[in-house]
Ligand binder design. Structure first.
Ligand code: MTE
Ligand code: MO
Length: 437
């Protein structure tokens, strides 16, 4: 039986409960339905390949046969575009190739997935609650989803979500973790209530300085007492108009993998601050100290270090606003273009809490730059679209480079900046290959 057939069977079995089906297929089970679990026996392996793995006994443990490693189509994540590249199946992590991010508003099925643990097994929106508690609230309060939706005013914003580790794959010496290239970013339109309104309803004490979220996902070890991730932001960022507790993406329910039924969305900051499957927000009288707030997680050396250096934990600082960056989303890298026509290049640029001021493109490896047309953001913390028409002087191989500059005069570097132990904040210029014939 092929992987597809088994998947189809599970879909049929849970036809009435698609979330349960997603869970069985993807969310939690290690065996036998993820690729790695699946390939643990030669018999299954041969069955999938449709041929015997003659020297199967010599295949190193954990190595996926090339024929299977190559095809990604049957390993698409339920509810996600099949073109997403799966970087890890346990926990699920998948990024979006640049050419699939061409939409001005990122469709839900194209938004990347970054899980630190296992998504919740059972989600019942009818009984889901959000609790606000902590040392620095007047009284702890809980809201059902229905109460949250009726009690507070709804707001919609397009907000850029980028994982702090986007671009990690280019660091040298390499950094451990998911080897994100350029695709751990997206900018959908989110709908929900303002975090500030909900926090005010609970009543903030004078000693409130930070918030920390808790989600319903579980630790990869299976230990129910361990929390996979619990991060947060300083109170000032939490109280911004655009900081949302959201239940919709582009007018529809959140996909399971992106935090259904409720999540935080904190635009412009590392997406690790945007807690998914949101159940609890703690208002803290200190910098939140949940898992992945300290050590080397989502922190970079406070002062620049030599690549590969051992950095003391005490010398690491929490990442706040993300740096200026851009992505060429059209054409797809590797395009063949005719010399007689100008080439239209387009993409998006963003700059954390700041806005992008200018966008330039180069076809001569940065010797000269041409200004692109750059739009204003639809709202604060949304990415901005650019396009440029490029004329090539003669046939041959070119690279189109894009470089954004924010309104504080900070610009994207052409090489990978600021080596750090976990490979965060790579905002080097994106480049695409163009063959002109
Ligand atoms: N509860 C919970 N929230 C979470 C995470 C998680 O693993 N669990 N991952 C964080 C990280 S590191 C990122 S980059 C974003 C990714 O959001 P997405 O999967 O919707 O793209 O979610 C953040 N919120
Ligand atoms: Mo992340």
């Amino acid at each position: 039986m092929s992987l597809q057939e088994i998947r189809k069977g599970i879909r049929t079995m849970y036809a009435a409960d698609p979330i349960r089906a997603d869970w069985e297929l993807f969310g939690r089970s290690s065996d036998p339905l993820t690729r790695r679990g699946f390939l643990s026996g030669f018999a299954t392996m041969s069955a999938i390949l449709g041929a015997e793995v003659v020297f199967g006994r010599f295949l190193p443990a954990g190595l996926i046969p090339a024929a299977l490693a190559e095809e990604t189509a049957d390993f698409s994540i339920p509810g996600k575009h099949p073109g997403l590249v799966v970087l890890n199946d346990r926990p699920v992590n998948a990024e979006t190739p640049a050419h699939l991010l061409d939409d001005t508003v990122t469709p839900a099925d194209r938004l990347f997935v970054r899980n630190n643990g296992l998504p919740p097994a059972v989600i019942d929106p009818a009984t889901w609650t959000l609790t606000i508690d902590g040392e620095a609230v007047e009284k702890s309060v809980s809201f059902s989803l229905a109460e949250l939706k009726t009690r507070f005013k709804h707001h919609s914003y397009q907000l850029t979500l980028e994982c702090g580790g986007n671009g990690r794959s280019e660091f040298d010496p390499p950094a451990h973790g998911n080897q994100w290239t350029t695709g751990a970013v997206g900018c959908p339109r989110w709908t929900g209530v303002r975090l500030a309104d909900v926090l005010r309803a609970a009543g903030l004490k004078d000693n409130a300085v930070y918030i920390g979220y808790y989600g319903a996902d579980t630790h990869i070890s299976g230990n129910p007492d361990k929390v996979p991730i619990s991060r947060g932001v300083p109170l000032a960022k939490a109280m911004e108009d655009e900081s949302l507790i959201a239940w919709q993406i582009n007018g529809e329910e959140l996909p399971l993998m992106n935090g259904y039924p409720l999540r935080l969305v904190v635009g412009g900051w590392p997406a690790s601050t945007s807690g998914k499957w949101l159940q609890r927000i703690s208002v803290r009288d200190r910098i939140h100290d949940g898992p992945k707030m300290g050590g080397y997680s989502y922190r970079v050396p406070c002062k620049p270090v030599v690549p590969g250096a051992d950095v003391e934990e005490d010398d690491m600082c929490i990442i706040e606003s993300m740096p200026v960056k851009s992505l060429v989303t059209h054409p797809r890298s590797g395009v063949v273009h005719t010399l007689s026509d100008p080439l239209t290049v387009r993409g998006h640029a963003w700059a954390g809490d700041s806005a992008v001021d200018t966008l330039h493109v180069s076809i001569d490896f940065g010797q000269t730059w041409q200004a692109a047309r750059l739009k204003k953001p639809v709202n604060r913390l949304a990415w901005q679209h650019f396009d440029a028409r490029i004329k090539f002087p003669q046939t041959g191989y070119y690279e189109v480079w894009a470089r954004a500059t924010d309104n504080g005069g900070r610009t994207q570097p052409m090489v990978v900046p600021g080596w750090n132990p976990k490979g965060y904040l790579n905002n080097a210029c994106h480049r695409i290959a163009v063959k002109v014939v």
